[in-house]
Design a protein around this ligand. Structure first.
Ligand SMILES: C[S@@+](CC[C@H](N)C(=O)[O-])C[C@H]1O[C@@H](n2cnc3c(N)ncnc32)[C@H](O)[C@@H]1O
Length: 368
């Protein structure tokens, strides 16, 4: 009661300016989701493609014409573009000196959303700003406090099934999910092969565990045709994988039960979906499948190491911490180096190396 009284007293003692600033900050936090939603809308309307096809500069009427929006919504599109030009620099706006019509241009962020771009990530916007993920966060208080809810994932509390089950049973959701994962995999493998291709030196066989539709394995098989590349995945994912993936084999299996033997076992964005005890179980299966370190055996992990990474320290560390909370929706988490080390040692691995060359994520090699 006394504490309650103090909080009220402290508010009463604030200047008008301070209290209005506090209210501004509070409301600003609450409506921060507008930025994500505006970005999702512009991506779905393919605004980046329109600007690109118009030679890199488009007026509001160009955008309206080429996105096919209803005439009553042109002014609304301008409001969305204003948020995306002022907050975070997704687009830029150039006003002409003679008072002519302003033009919107692409920035390094929106260039990643252009369809023909080698690094296109627009499908990943769909995965990150996913209505199933976003609505799951409204169930956090229930998940934290309710006995029954606490025993399942947040996704399950909100939607009655796990994300893996939703991917399997809802074709449109599954399609969106795998398209996003494929685009992210192509993107990050391009960077990995450019910056750290030595990680695959001397590897004769590789299994990408939970490798989705095979984008990572395909990129490795193309860059290193001598490596025999396999994807281990769940039955529905293998059934839906594209046939023209190149020199990659698919094997149906459960990584908790069995992992096929290979020189290198790769995990991209797998461990951050699981709690520590599950990670240890998976890594113990890896130990059975790998040759010793001096014969070239290793686990290759592409995931976040909180505190390691990009030059853009502020955005990167905020991204890592936000992603840590974001991953709650599937009961996953992001780990710092000590947390990673703990699970490696507990699973019986002797050593590891972190190479922070993948932006907010890192390359981790773990040795038996
Ligand atoms: C977050 S996705 C990552 C996909 C891919 N590695 C990537 O980064 O693009 C996790 C993948 O793990 C697969 N998965 C989940 N449980 C699995 C299991 N028990 N055994 C094998 N794969 C599994 C899912 O089907 C899904 O494709």
């Amino acid at each position: 009661m006394a504490e309650h009284g103090n909080a009220v007293d402290e508010l009463m003692a604030m200047s008008t300016e301070e209290i209005l600033q506090a209210q501004l900050e509070l409301y600003h936090h609450c409506v921060a989701l507008v930025k994500s939603m505006a970005l999702k809308a512009a991506t779905d309307l393919r605004v980046p493609d329109v600007i690109y096809r118009r030679g890199g500069a488009a007026t509001l009427s160009d955008l309206a014409a080429d996105t096919g929006i209803h005439p009553t919504k042109v002014a609304h599109l301008r409001r969305i573009m204003r948020v995306l030009t002022t907050s975070g620099g997704v687009f830029s706006i150039q006003n002409s000196d003679d008072g002519g019509t302003p033009v919107y241009k692409l920035t390094r962020v929106s260039r990643l959303l252009v369809e023909s771009s080698r690094h296109e990530l627009s499908a990943m916007v769909g995965v990150l700003v996913d209505p199933f993920a976003v609505t799951a966060f409204f169930s956090i208080p229930k998940w934290f406090t309710d006995e029954r809810a606490a025993s399942v994932s947040l996704f399950e509390v909100a939607h009655g099934c796990t994300r893996v089950e939703m991917v399997a049973k809802d074709a449109s959701y599954g399609g969106m999910f795998h398209a996003g994962m494929t685009s992210d995999s192509r993107f990050i493998l391009d960077i990995l092969l450019r910056e750290s291709s030595g990680v695959f030196q001397g590897v004769g066989s590789l299994v990408d565990i939970g490798g989705g539709h095979g984008a990572v394995a395909s990129a490795i098989a193309t860059a290193f045709p001598q490596i025999r590349c396999t994807v281990l995945e769940l039955p529905d994912v293998v059934a839906g994988a594209p046939a023209d993936i190149g020199n990659v084999e698919f094997e149906v299996g459960d990584m908790f039960e069995y992992i096929p033997p290979a020189d290198a076992l790769l995990f991209k964005w797998i461990f951050h979906v699981w709690q520590d005890e599950d990670c240890v179980k998976i890594l113990r299966q890896c130990k059975k499948a790998l040759p010793p370190r001096d014969a070239g055996g290793k686990v290759i992990i592409i995931d976040t190491v909180v505190g390691c990474g990009s030059q853009q320290v502020t955005v990167s560390s905020e991204m890592q911490l936000w992603l840590d909370v974001y991953m709650m929706y599937v009961d996953g988490e992001e780990r710092d180096e000590l947390e990673w080390k703990k699970i490696f040692l507990e699973a019986g691995f002797s050593d590891y190396k972190i190479t922070p060359v993948l932006g907010f994520r890192s390359l981790i090699e773990v040795y038996p």
